[in-house]
Design a protein. Structure first.
Lengths: 579, 579
């Protein structure tokens, strides 16, 4: 039986850390070699970290990345390595590329064909499109190598490689997470594998990078579309699997009559074969069993994405400790619990900043939460600064009523306190606003929006509740006090204030926001979904009018198909109104 | 003599205001018809405003834009109109397009070939590339129509159209301003015109849209590369000019022998002729003389760009009045003077917010400036709130020294005051930070960075001084007090503080920043320009480390080849260090 042992190294790399990434790739290559793998594959742009953005415009950066690749190549013996890097041609044009490395040198290169330029992606900004579709003969097996987006198109390079004889496809990825994407991705890969009668090995990056989280979740699907292996979600993993290449051959013979798909001459011309090695380096291998990591339930998945996003944002920006304003509400409670999972309770400080409008319940709930999380807790009442500020503004505000200015003033004093603690103690402030608030502008710029990282900015309020319940369920005890989950949401910036004074109830608001923000539905279409027209109009106007606030929001973790930020690029000055 | 009277309508349109833009296009078409123009041309995407960004992802927006185009067509009689809009095909794919309208209907469409996807541009995100290169016979003259970027490539559609017989090229634009771009653009157009022996009519948008300013500056160059007409910079203008088409014909005969450029068959196939009108609608025309607007000197150009940027940001976001914190320094003085030119003195309020560290000179200079500008002026000392805040933080800050936290606290109290005034009186706060500060992070998040619009965020400090001197020169009197220009820059957040405690002198800092930020030079290259290596390393580290601050900056006006914001997209978590 002809078999190929493939290792998929789903590692957490850092953007710009060329030498660190190279060292890590060398280390994991050693681990794969110890397991007698014939091939080890690393994610897209593993050398540079992903996405490197405008670092790619610096010639020195591209040159340094090529030097790091050579360093990796020089250290590689006894295994074939596939790794993402930035290739450059003589004109200085660059390519999102995969290198195939064997016996100390780069033996082949592949340039990504399909460059995503939608959503969070800007690859046309940097890269030229590739055209070749090489097949590498590795340990006597025909292996097609390609990059990420290339496999999302049914007529892309993987098809050409498979029809030209590739038995195994290695597709290297930097595919950011959003809710539900994992299942969709697995279905697509299973379909490609069975469509082309080829084994597809899909390796994905893991880790957080600014607003993106990469979920790992690497998979291998066989030529009949059956799952052979799955890497863990949201943590590093080395997926090792023996591929029965004889099976691919038998399957093709069996299917020969029904497969009418053929390469035309022009496409066949783009495929060329490169001989890397005829036989395995290690012919006798210790037995292994490929692991199939379990899938996570929907709230668990989001929870882990947020924890990893926070953990890596801190690690990769050189931060260790966090300050969080605890209001006793659900948002700050969930953010604090995520921070504890990401950073450890010893690195998180909760700050209660009660005002004259804070209820007794808020104060005790905040304190209770801190106790349950085991974090440091401090109380800094804002009355003194609030009174002084009102006094200072009294001449300017003469003959005006208490209103939004006075409400925001409280939020901004709190922002000042947190930022002062951050500046004094070198911590990062985590903000606690959710997506429903950010969408509608129900937040104070430089107030509750002040901070370094906006953990749940892409989490709709209704999902914040789900996360709280998930956390208590997973912990097997009430981490987030039930009182926090049960109380009606309030900003407590004036007496008796409730979110529903300003916003529709969240179970109504959130589906409207999703339809408008994530699915680009028109007002008419949303009304046709069964919502009140005046409410829909009001919500849509709030979203449009508050683009200016979002533009100054801290970064935060994308977990939906469309987050605010570079995923959704709207003008601030915008007079478009439907209907 | 065969002549064609062309009108270029360099108008200020609003993104998303489909009906308003249509009405404006109809109105200006009437003005051109009154002057017996054969053709009137409007800018790129005139119907939608430019750039519409992710509004283009809404099907309803594209449909409404097509309806607005039909409205314009139905109203057009007695003239041929060329106008930018978004075209859609049956699959829902969209194109950055020009419509040619005659006698009440759209008689032809052109789809932009070259889609810019660099700098501030994301056109691959939305549009498909066009392929045809039609020639429209208008009043008996062969006219090639194309869009913006198409003329920047020597082998683009204008070449094909000219070689296939076009005598006049109409190129419609949404080309954003930066310093010095105007001259470069005129040279390019002159070259294209003489290369192809064709008259090039270049019409550009005018106005501000978020971070961009479009400078108008439409031009017509004849077939020998001679300037025939130039529209005003930074204001609306209707450029009307008679084109001697016979001259084009003679010039081509004369040049026939030296012109060896020919269309190959494949390219010739893309050119097709569409007959619009054989003769002019108005054969007997009143005489006109084409105007050639003067070019502006460098500082004047930037000043006008900033004034227009502020004016339009207010107008297009529905704001009228501004609050500005006046420190008595050069930055806030220049911003206030720009605001007065943009909004009128009656709409600007200067706020002095002295602290225990403010010098007497700062207070009197701020007041003096306000008097000279004729704006409202108020003083709100921050001592009371500063003392209360320190007291409130005293337990947390026990046993620590006065430092950055206490400095920033003052800036943030000022930010609070300005935002409170903004919230109370419905004004917009203009921030006063310059590009040198933003680049190095020499500013306080939520402090001096708090506000709706960052007027000079793309203006290096050395240019801020030039602007101040320009303003005094242009006004013929000392608007900005000489004392303000002469004093050494200081943030006055601790006793005796000077900018040079933290930063290299601005005449050293600014060229380093320009080389690094705008020209992507490496440390080695900048050192080779003659700067001290340690200084360069320090500046580069400051720039890299402060990306997180810039990400939360208010929008502001781009005036250099590369502004911060979407013009320069760098990761926050970024470990790249050169050398």
């Amino acid at each position: 039986m002809r078999t190929l042992r493939v290792a998929l190294a789903q590692v957490d790399l850092a953007v710009g850390d060329l030498r660190g990434n190279a060292a890590r790739i060398i280390e994991w290559t050693g681990r794969a070699r110890d397991l007698a793998a014939d091939i080890v594959a690393f994610p897209e742009l593993a050398i540079t970290g992903y996405p490197p953005e405008d670092l790619l415009l610096r010639r020195s950066f591209v040159a340094d990345n090529l030097a790091a690749l050579e360093e990796v190549a020089a250290a590689t013996r006894g295994i074939t390595l596939v790794v993402g890097f930035v290739d450059a041609d003589r004109d200085g044009e660059i390519y999102n590329a995969a290198a195939v490395i064997h016996d100390g040198r780069v033996v082949g290169r592949y340039h990504k064909h399909f460059l995503p330029n939608y959503g969070v992606f800007d690859e046309n900004r940097y890269f030229q499109e590739g055209s070749g579709a090489p097949i590498f003969v590795i340990a006597g097996v025909d292996v097609g190598v390609n990059v990420c987006e290339d496999i999302w198109y049914p007529t892309g390079p993987p098809r050409d490689q498979a029809l030209a004889g590739a038995e195994v496809i290695i597709n290297i990825n930097g595919s950011p997470y959003h809710r539900g994407k994992g299942g969709f991705r697995e279905d697509m890969i299973a379909t490609r594998a069975s469509d082309y009668a080829v084994v597809v090995c899909y390796v994905n990056l893991v880790g957080g990078q600014d607003e993106l989280v990469f979920d790992g979740h690497s998979v291998i699907y066989d030529e009949r579309g059956q799952l052979l292996a799955r890497g863990a979600m949201f943590r590093e993993d080395l997926v090792v699997c023996d591929i029965d290449v004889e099976g691919v051959f038998q399957s093709r013979l069996h299917d020969a009559r029904r497969r009418k798909d053929r390469l035309d001459v022009q496409r066949a011309d783009r495929v060329h074969r490169i001989n890397v090695s005829d036989v395995p380096v290690v012919p006798e291998k210790p037995a292994i069993t490929a692991a199939i990591a379990p899938l996570l339930d929907p709230a668990e998945e989001v929870w882990h994405a947020l924890v990893l996003g926070v953990k890596d944002y801190f690690a990769k920006t050189g931060n260790n400790t966090a300050h969080i304003g605890l209001s006793g509400g659900i948002d700050s409670s969930v953010v604090a619990a995520i921070a504890v999972d990401a950073l450890g309770p010893e690195n998180v400080t909760g700050v209660s900043m009660p005002s004259r409008f804070s209820s007794e319940g808020s104060k005790t709930d905040a304190h209770e939460l801190a106790k349950r999380l085991g974090i440091r807790f401090m109380t800094i009442p804002i009355e003194e600064a609030f009174a002084a500020s009102l006094d200072m503004l009294a001449p300017a505000f003469a003959d005006t009523q208490f209103g939004v200015a006075e409400e925001n003033l409280q939020a901004r004093i709190r922002g000042n306190i947190l930022m002062s603690l951050s500046n004094k103690f070198g911590s990062l402030v985590l903000t606690t606003g959710n997506k429903s608030e950010l969408a509608t502008g129900y937040s104070t710029l430089y107030g509750d929006m002040a901070g370094g990282f906006a953990v749940i900015k892409d989490v709709p309020k209704t999902l914040v509740y789900e996360l709280a319940r998930y956390k208590n369920r997973a912990a097997g005890r009430e981490i987030i006090p039930q009182a926090v989950i049960d109380k009606p949401p309030s900003a407590e910036l004036r007496p008796g204030q409730l979110d529903t004074d300003t916003l529709p109830p969240y179970p109504v608001l959130d589906p409207i926001l999703r339809a408008y923000v994530e699915d680009d539905r028109s007002v008419d279409e949303i009304v046709a979904m069964g919502f009140d027209e005046a409410t829909v109009q009001r919500v849509v106007r709030m979203v449009d009018r508050n683009e200016y606030k979002r533009r100054q929001s801290p970064p935060g973790i994308k977990i939906t198909p469309r987050a605010f930020g570079r995923d959704r690029r709207l003008p601030i000055a915008n007079r478009y109104q439907q209907g």
